[in-house]
Design a protein around this ligand. Structure first.
Ligand code: CP
Length: 306
């Protein structure tokens, strides 16, 4: 891959996405065969720099780097000199001088990954910036679809939930639409960006029961209560009744529907326990695909490393 950084799927081509997905598929096959260690990136160092909590993204980047033979370091805002007032750029430049080869950044501000990438010579991978993008989450979602259904063109994909605050939704919309999927966003008006459907190539619905009919993929999003400044729906019960993914919703979809969620799940809110644990659920498969996708991204961005 020619680029220095992976900051989002808005600015990368369909060919680059397929390059990552095909390599990730190979990585996943290696993991399934029990090959959890290689020496491809011995001597390289990957740092996760996280200003927000994470389980899946941070640990899968760490395990992906280790599986390629790289060393890892984890810097969290809570336990580093960030607490003493050090700026993002100063922290990044310090990590670069500490012989870090790649930085994975998670930050609550949209655009933080671009700012860091523009100020460093080493690759920066966006591990989620505010409500902007979470490209490796969308890539692992796409790998899950690709491995199960074999293609994207014409697939009916429903993305339901807190679209307004979701960087996962944005990255999936950019990525899936480039590969020809037919996307419908489903949410109450209060959880949809005002211009959704005009800026992005997708349909809009406020009725999950209707939108789910014949769907090949249903991606349910976490309701991001921590990013909501005031109540955007009347109650958890009402939200679940109209926008929760349940077995009743899955029965309306295609018989091979993939039920997906980026995690962490709020059971009983955006997803029923039966749907989360049922036959259609791909949620744990997504988690393992996250390691494979991050191996592929680290490897591709490592092309020009010292
Ligand atoms: N899906 C996702 O980004 O999960 P984490 O917040 O646990 O990394």
């Amino acid at each position: 891959m020619k680029r220095k950084d992976l900051l989002g799927l808005k600015d990368i081509s369909a060919d680059e996405i397929m390059l990552i997905l095909n390599l990730a598929k190979e990585m996943r096959a290696r993991l399934d065969e029990g090959q959890h260690k290689s020496s491809e990136l011995v001597g390289k160092s990957v740092a996760t720099l996280f200003y927000e909590n994470s389980t899946r993204t941070r640990i899968s980047f760490e395990n992906a780097a280790k599986a390629l033979g790289a060393s890892t370091s984890n810097i969290s805002a809570e336990s580093s000199s960030i607490k003493k007032g050090e700026s993002l750029i100063d922290t990044g430049r310090t990590l670069q001088k500490l012989l870090t080869d790649i930085i994975v950044l998670r930050h609550p501000c949209s655009g933080a990954a671009h700012l860091l990438a523009n100020n460093l010579d080493i690759p920066v991978i966006n591990g989620g910036d505010g409500t902007n993008e979470h490209p490796t989450q969308a890539l692992l979602d796409m790998l899950t679809i690709y491995k199960s259904l074999g293609e994207f063109k014409g697939l009916k994909v429903v993305i339901v939930g807190d679209i307004l605050h979701s960087r996962v939704a944005r990255s999936n919309i950019w990525g899936l639409s480039k590969l020809g999927a037919d996307i419908t966003l489903v949410a109450p008006c209060t959880l949809l960006p005002a211009a959704a459907g005009k800026i992005m190539d997708c349909k809009i619905s406020h009725n999950l029961s209707e939108a789910a009919i014949g769907a090949n993929v249903i991606i349910s999003l976490r309701v991001q209560l921590e990013r909501q400044k005031y109540g955007l729906f009347p109650s958890i019960g009402e939200y679940h009744k109209y926008y929760g993914v349940t077995n009743q919703i899955l029965y309306k979809a295609d018989s091979n529907v993939l039920c997906m969620h980026p995690g962490p799940i709020n059971r009983g809110l955006e997803l029923s326990g039966q749907a989360a644990d049922g036959e259609s659920s791909m949620i744990l498969e997504q988690v393992t695909n996250g390691v494979a996708v991050r191996m592929a991204v680290i490897k591709l961005l490592s092309g020009g490393l010292r």
